[in-house]
Design a protein around this ligand. Structure first.
Ligand code: GAL
Length: 275
């Protein structure tokens, strides 16, 4: 899933978001998906098309774009096996069947009248089988004081089966560690997920200081985006890193219900936390 957050300038004529097969300027690369909102008529609309060997194919047009000049937006492009679905500010807007193989796309091009605030390449929840719905496209809160690390997030009702905690951000340039702590309503130490950059290891640390190493490829890299999903199941938490399932930790239903706070610390810059 690709997320684009931005604003339409007040005098915008059009902008385009192109999923390109290459980045050369001359000759022009093929464009598998050209997503092109146009604002110069009285009715803003979107044109989608594919550019193949320098030729535009048949245009597809979607009227009733609920986005106008001066508006802020969050666009989600959800790539399925046959088509891409696009939502505008949380509402499904169009789907466009692929005309060129998606595997050829290697470049995202954004051109025209648009202020880009953030672009995110997001993973879907690997624990939702065959999911075709939009994964949660929570906006990035850039430079938000709420996300300055260390920070804490309340879990007023604890965790219950089906609940998902999402933590997205960027690893700092010379990281030492990154920790997610889940504190319950007692005074005992929290349950922790500890990422150690020096040893390139990840581990669960139980309140009784028992350390359980996570045997999975180390997916955290300096100055690179990361996404942690904690998916609450009946008796524990499943963990996914950058869209890959990397095991689970058992905790007991009661212990999950009693959790009251998520604390995030370490050498990361956060963009999004959802509990
Ligand atoms: C053309 C326009 C191109 C592209 C194309 C899509 O008229 O010049 O920039 O938007 O339509 O079909």
């Amino acid at each position: 899933m690709v997320m684009v957050q931005g604003t339409v300038p007040r005098d915008a004529q059009r902008f385009q978001i192109d999923f390109q097969c290459g980045c050369s300027l001359q000759p022009r690369p093929d464009i598998a998906i050209h997503f092109n909102p146009r604002f110069y008529t009285s009715k803003p609309h979107v044109i989608c098309n594919t550019l193949h060997w320098g030729r535009w194919q048949r245009e597809a047009r979607w009227p009733k774009l609920t986005l106008g000049r001066g508006d802020s937006f969050l666009l989600l492009f959800l790539f399925g096996t046959e088509d891409v679905k696009v939502s505008v500010n949380g509402q499904h807007f169009l789907h466009y069947p692929y005309r060129l193989p998606l595997s050829r796309v290697d470049t995202l091009g954004i051109y025209g009248h648009i202020f880009v605030k953030a672009v995110g390449f997001l993973n879907s929840n690997p624990f939702v089988e065959g999911g075709t719905e939009y994964p949660a496209g929570y906006p990035f809160l850039l430079k938000s004081s709420r996300l300055v690390v260390p920070c804490t997030w309340p879990l007023p009702r604890g965790l219950w089966p089906g609940q998902v905690i999402v933590v997205r951000g960027l690893v700092c340039p010379n990281p030492q560690e990154f920790t997610l702590s889940l504190q319950d309503d007692s005074r005992q130490p929290p349950m922790k997920l500890e990422v150690c950059f020096r040893n390139r290891t990840m581990a669960w640390i139980s309140p009784w200081s028992r350390k359980e190493q996570i045997s999975a490829p180390f997916l955290f890299h300096p100055q690179r985006f990361f996404e942690v999903l904690l998916v609450c199941r009946d008796n524990g938490l499943k963990l996914a890193l950058n869209g890959n399932a990397v095991g689970a930790v058992s905790l007991g239903r009661r212990a999950l219900e009693r959790l009251r706070e998520l604390r995030i610390s370490g050498n990361v810059e956060l963009y999004c936390v959802r509990c």
